[in-house]
Design a protein around this ligand. Sequence first.
Ligand code: NDP
Length: 263
Amino acid sequence: MKLFAVFGDPVAHSRSPLMHNSVFKHLNYNACYTRVHLNDGSKLKETFFSLGLSGANITVPHKEAAYEACDEVRGFAEKIGVVNTLINENGRLIGYNTDADGFLFAIKEFKNIKNILVLGAGGTAKALTSRFIQENIKVTVLNRSNSRLQYFKELNCSCYSWSDFKISKYDLVVNTTSAGLKDEELPAPKEMIEKILNSTFYAADAIYGKMTPFLKLAKNKNITYKDGADMLLGQGLLANELFVNYELKTEDIKKFMSKSFEL
Ligand code: NDP
């Protein structure tokens, strides 16, 4: 039996085991997927191999550590230095990133998105921003601190920390911070978030499975919003294709992965 896992801190909230096990079970694929709580990202590689894993997903805060742990990084992940999917290929650790395409899958119903404000500057922000730019979307990045903004400056994004933020009009604002994940915090001071929401058509949160304070505010303002569930489905679908080495049909994976969201 093949064994897969999701690594994170926190990880108890992760729906990935439900999603992937639903696919494996219904399609009779001999595999099992579990959660691994990992504090220290530098221990990722040794933990992966000591557990005898065939593949894994990586969640907050280890996606950049996962990039460092890889023997080879392929596709979009190589460009951004952020890995959310690991594959054991004959004892070599191969890294991929499926988050950005998962997010594009999630916002298909939002039309005419040309100008996005990204809240946060971590791994998810890097993945989404780089992918948006490939789609010729203008991106502004707002982060709590300055330290992580250099990457986005090099992509020619308008970049701000809370202390120097200059607001504009946006089609979509996306929360990629972990504020709201295990607390009731907003991704920026309330007054700033209020102004931002007054200047956007759509709001989205990468966090899933809960109504974050950010989405509650968007709802109160009658803004069309969505949480991170479809992004999760999109990235999971693409990761599962890698796990099973494309042996299962995409439509079947989608069907049974979606089914797990009904649980
Ligand atoms: P990282 O740890 O790489 O980045 C976290 C970011 O959040 C940093 O910019 C950090 O700012 C900011 N931040 C953390 N706490 C706060 C706070 N209290 N207030 C304001 N900003 C804060 O995380 P990831 O990019 O890996 O993940 C971010 C979120 O996206 C997580 O909640 C994760 O669960 C979710 N996610 C969901 C996916 C899905 O499929 N739905 C896929 C991928 C991620 P600073 O630089 O100042 O520290």
